[in-house]
Ligand binder design. Sequence first.
Ligand SMILES: Nc1nc2c(c(=O)[nH]1)N[C@H]1C(S)=C(S)[C@@H](COP(=O)(O)O)O[C@H]1N2
Ligand SMILES: [Mo]
Length: 254
Amino acid sequence: MSTLWTRRSVLTAVGAGAAAALGIELVRNEDWSRAFVDGAERLTLRTQRLILAKRPLAREFSQAEVSAHFPVNGSRVAPGADYQRMVESGFRDWRLRVHGLVRQPLALSLQDLKRLAMRSQITMHACDEGWNAIGQWGGVPLGLLLTMAGVVASAKYVVFHCLDKKDSNGEFYYESLDLFDAYHPQTILAYEMNGKPLPVGHGAPLRLRVETQIGYKNAKYVDRVEVVDRLTGFGKGRGGWWEDSDNALWYAGQ
Ligand SMILES: Nc1nc2c(c(=O)[nH]1)N[C@H]1C(S)=C(S)[C@@H](COP(=O)(O)O)O[C@H]1N2
Ligand SMILES: [Mo]
């Protein structure tokens, strides 16, 4: 009953005129309560579509446009003997962990990830240091992993923990997204670049591709995805390594 009243008050607040503009029929019959629920559901759908309409897909390119040279920037390798051993074993014992505010934490091998639906996209990477390059990325949609893990209602952000420690402040590289960008269809955890396994320089075994945002948001060497309700408690609390150390913008949309 409380849900019904909430939904009903939403519709009342929006008003019949606005509802009509959104294409919602305010059906009046003996089953009025059901009509309100259906209308409210369509209102939610329409509102989401309107928001998404302003955030279209990032441009995708053709195979012929892929850059012959794609620079390696930032870390070129994750340091340490453990990482070297992982590279040598083809990341056999490596697991991607998805944990935090989820109902079902996940630990997935590279093989497990490759068995899931793959999305492939050819996009332009733009680094704020003044270069860009076009590459093909193949990987698992982050939204699929979040759905598998079952994000709980209080969740707001997704934090990506990386294997590379940066010398200047000794902190591991990390990044974060809100759930909107996390569920964006082009947001993937890529294990493939230009049709081949992701090279070490570009973040093997797994890197984030978030095509709605610029260079540094695209975390390399990701091995842990943590669903959280706040960004305090990680680094200086600004949501990423560059955000903490160089006042880079947390929302680096392009
Ligand atoms: N873990 C990690 N991710 C990172 C970085 C890094 O140093 N460490 N550098 C970032 C920056 S500034 C850019 S431009 C891209 C570079 O990705 P590339 O090496 O594949 O070109 O990765 C981003 N992700
Ligand atoms: Mo960058």
